[in-house]
Design a protein around this ligand. Structure first.
Ligand SMILES: O=C1CCCN[C@@H]1CCCn1cnc2cc(F)c(Cl)cc2c1=O
Ligand SMILES: [Mg+2]
Length: 485
């Protein structure tokens, strides 16, 4: 498909849905909220997984796979764990024509699947720490507007579930994993995120505290949770009787964490970098980093040009650069340029008669459209420099755009004005849940209510006497507020 019908700044929702389809990442499916992930998306997921899996293996995580299904009574194990979530649980009630004696749930997350077995496997301190990670799909039958990658009824994720003898070990790991999530977003997806702590109201109800990396989409003025790392405290240890005998022979409850990132991360990247020509891929996650296109000229040396293209691809591949050749006879160079721009390939190399004669190649950047002629002898070095510059440019540009959306406010009127202006709001807050609820109530509307996104670890100084923007009470902290996905 050539060209985009929608512009990013005119109709963001339609633009996004067109980009993910035209770039061949997504195919829509005949069940609402479900999408086909095509190779152009799965190859990105696999590149992220390659990094993350290697990093958690360094932290001694072990790979597991637990069943997709969980019985009703196990899922209901603890009322407050699943309160509010019940409507989104998908149930299997029949096999063939006959009913199952008891309905079986499809996992929306795996705490209740795993923790009865953690209780069985952990007896002594020698069984700790237990470090379990699984790469899988989960199902949550959400009803709010489904969006490819961002909000789907089935999605892929990794879920880490770790068990420690002490709170100190758990606290430390929460932040180690959060840093990996920051790296996923900033070093690979080139998406700026803020590390912070969720409020008591926004945290995972079953846990002790929740940390997250928060991104922001300037076009919609909405925050979006990028990934989450919870300390569960001893809540699930109590629920599932996960105890161990310590060195002194005393029985005590374990301390646990759980953490996840999902295929939503791909959608955040698309929204952040895409433009009116389609996808723009950060080189670190581009399935093809360089596409080489022969530009034949009527009677010019076509075989020579093709040969130069093939050797360019070979040389780049030998250097570990993901390069490919588009030698299709049935498409013009111009058509190919548009198609690979739509797919967001960072660099395009054109080789025509002049380039062949001058022993050079023309390289075109997808992010800023600049063209540069490179001697073929310098190819690998220059491509590396260009890819690194491309990656850095994407993050810097996205950071500047995000920062331009941040507004520091001190009064309610300023808050409402910033909210209506699609800003990411940094506001002094008294840290009272009642106030958080009140802000939600007072900002309800078809665009959704404002909420706390996180309290950033990186706190600006809070002059004494600063009052909460919503309650007028003494402010305890700076928090990010805004509408969200
Ligand atoms: O966020 C993570 C990291 C990885 C492991 N899980 C936690 C908490 C998940 C919260 N959560 C999120 N969604 C849920 C939906 C449900 F239908 C039910 Cl029954 C439970 C939940 C639920 O507990
Ligand atoms: Mg949910």
């Amino acid at each position: 498909k050539l060209g985009m019908a929608y512009k990013k700044d005119d109709n963001f929702g339609e633009w996004y849905s067109e980009v993910v389809v035209n770039s061949e990442m997504i195919e829509y499916y005949d069940i609402s909220g479900c999408y086909i992930l095509r190779p152009w998306a799965m190859e990105i997921w696999e590149l992220l997984k390659e990094f993350f899996d290697a990093e958690i293996k360094k932290l001694k995580l072990k790979p597991y796979y637990f069943p997709l299904f969980v019985t009703e009574n196990v899922l209901q194990k603890e009322k407050d764990h699943i309160e509010g979530f019940a409507p989104e649980v998908a149930w299997v009630t029949k096999s063939g024509k006959s009913d199952l004696e008891a309905p079986i749930a499809i996992r929306p997350t795996s705490e209740t699947v795993m923790y009865p077995y953690f209780s069985k496997w952990i007896r002594s301190h020698r069984d700790l720490p237990l470090k379990c990670n699984q790469w899988c799909n989960v199902v949550r039958w959400e009803f709010s507007n489904p969006t490819p990658f961002i909000r789907s009824r089935e999605f892929l994720w990794q879920e880490g579930h770790t068990v420690f003898a002490t709170k100190e070990e758990a606290d430390e790991e929460v932040l180690q994993i959060l840093e990996l999530y920051r790296r996923i977003y900033e070093e690979f997806l080139a998406v700026p995120v803020s590390k912070g702590r969720k409020s008591e109201m926004e945290k995972f109800a079953g846990g002790l505290y929740t940390t997250s990396v928060e991104a922001f989409i300037p076009n919609t003025g909405r925050g979006i949770q990028g990934a989450t790392s919870h300390c569960l405290g001893q809540n699930f240890a109590k629920m599932f009787d996960i105890t161990f005998e310590n060195e002194k022979g005393e029985r005590s409850m374990v301390w646990q964490n759980s953490w996840a990132y999902t295929t939503r991360s791909i959608g955040v990247m698309v929204m952040t970098h895409g433009d009116d020509k389609g996808l723009v891929l950060p080189p670190k996650v581009a399935p093809i980093q360089v596409i080489v296109i022969p530009v034949p000229f009527k009677d010019a040396d076509t075989t020579g040009i093709k040969g130069a293209c093939e050797s360019a691809v070979y040389t780049l591949n030998q250097a570990g650069i993901r390069a490919d050749l588009d030698a299709r006879e049935n498409y013009s160079p111009g058509w190919k340029y548009s198609q690979w721009e739509m797919k967001g390939v960072p660099l395009r190399i054109e080789i025509g008669p002049k380039d062949l004669a001058n022993k050079q190649v023309r390289i075109v950047r997808r992010d800023n459209g600049t063209k540069v002629d490179i001697p073929s002898t310098d190819l690998v070095e220059q491509v590396r420099v260009l890819l690194d510059g491309f990656q850095a440019n994407l993050l810097e540009t996205a950071k500047a755009k995000r920062d331009a959306c941040i507004v520091i406010i001190s009064t309610w009127d300023e808050f409402i004005a910033a909210l209506n202006d699609k800003k990411l709001i940094l506001a002094p807050w008294c840290d009272e849940e009642e106030v958080e609820k009140d802000v939600k109530a007072r900002t309800k509307g078809e665009l959704g209510a404002a909420k706390t996104l996180c309290t950033p670890f990186d706190q600006p100084d809070l002059p004494s006497g600063t009052v909460c923007f919503a309650s007028g009470k003494p402010a305890q902290k700076w928090s990010f507020w805004g509408r969200s996905y």
